[in-house]
Write a protein that binds this ligand. Structure first.
Ligand code: AMP
Length: 215
C-alpha cells in the first residue's frame, strides 16, 4: 500500500502515519522528522534548513525532494506512508514523476479533516511538551495559514486523479485510526481485484457522526 498523508499541522499525520505503516508493514517516511534529524545532527542539510523550520516556513522544494529521492532509493519494501510531502503543487507533481519512474505511484492520498480551533488547541498542547522550535503560537498560526495557501489546494488534484480519501480526524485518535484502516482495507481489496479500473474520490468524513453510537 502506498499512502500520501495530506493534512494541516496538528491533524495527526504522525500518529496515523505510524498506525497505517505498521498495519500494512511499510515504512513511515516523515519529511519533518527527517529534516529535524538533520538539524539535530548538524549536517550541512540541517544547517541549510534550520531557519526555515524555526520560522515555520517551507524548505525549498528541491531540497526536500532530493531527500525523499534518496530515501526512495534505499527502500526495500514496495509500499510506504509519506507524511509531510507533498506540501506544494510543484512537490505533488515532482513526487508523481519520481514515483512513476519507479512504477510506484500513490494508491491513496489521505486527507485528515480537522477544524482550525481543534488544530490550534492540539498544537498548543503539543507545544507544552514537544520542545519543537516551531510549536509557538505565532509560528503555529503561520504554519496553518501556509497550509491553506499552498498545501490544501493540492487536494483538488488528487480528487481529479480519483485517489483522494477524506476522513474526519477531529475525533479521538484510536477512532480515527479505525476509520482510516477500514477505508484503506477496502481500497486494497479494490486494487487487488481491479487494479486498472478508474477510481473516484471517497469522502468518509461523515462516517464518524453517522456511526457515533457504534464507535
Ligand atoms: P512537519 O513535521 O511535517 O510539521 O514539518 C515540520 C517543518 O518541516 C515544516 O514546517 C517545514 O519547515 C519543514 N517541512 C517538512 N516537510 C516539508 C516539505 N515537504 N516541504 C517543505 N518543507 C517541509
Amino acid at each position: 500500500m502506498r499512502v500520501l498523508l495530506v493534512a494541516p499541522p496538528g491533524a495527526g499525520k504522525g500518529t496515523q502515519g505510524v498506525v497505517i505503516a505498521s498495519h500494512f508493514g511499510v515504512p513511515h517516511i516523515a519529511t519533518g522528522d527527517l529534516l529535524r534529524d538533520h538539524v539535530a545532527r548538524g549536517t550541512p542539510l540541517g544547517e541549510q534548513v534550520r531557519g526555515h523550520l524555526d520560522r515555520g516556513e517551507l524548505v525549498p522544494d528541491d531540497v526536500v525532494l532530493q531527500m525523499v529521492r534518496e530515501r526512495f532509493d534505499d527502500l526495500e519494501a514496495d509500499g510506504w506512508v509519506l507524511d509531510g510531502i507533498p506540501r506544494t503543487l510543484a512537490q505533488a507533481r515532482a513526487l508523481y514523476e519520481l514515483a512513476r519512474e519507479r512504477d510506484t505511484t500513490a494508491d491513496v492520498a489521505l486527507h485528515l479533516k480537522v477544524s482550525d480551533d481543534e488544530l490550534v488547541r492540539r498544537l498548543l498542547a503539543r507545544a507544552a511538551v514537544s520542545g519543537r522550535s516551531d510549536d509557538t503560537e505565532d509560528v503555529i498560526r503561520r504554519r496553518l495559514a501556509l497550509y491553506y495557501e499552498v498545501t490544501h489546494p493540492i487536494l483538488d488534484w488528487y480528487e481529479e486523479r480519483g485517489i483522494l480519501v477524506s476522513v474526519d480526524a477531529e475525533r479521538p485518535a484510536h477512532l480515527v485510526g479505525r476509520h482510516i484502516l477500514t477505508a484503506l482495507e477496502v481500497v486494497r481489496q479494490v486494487l487487488e481485484s481491479a487494479p486498472d479500473v478508474p477510481r473516484r474520490a471517497i469522502d468518509l468524513s461523515a462516517l464518524g457522526a453517522a456511526l457515533e453510537e457504534l464507535t
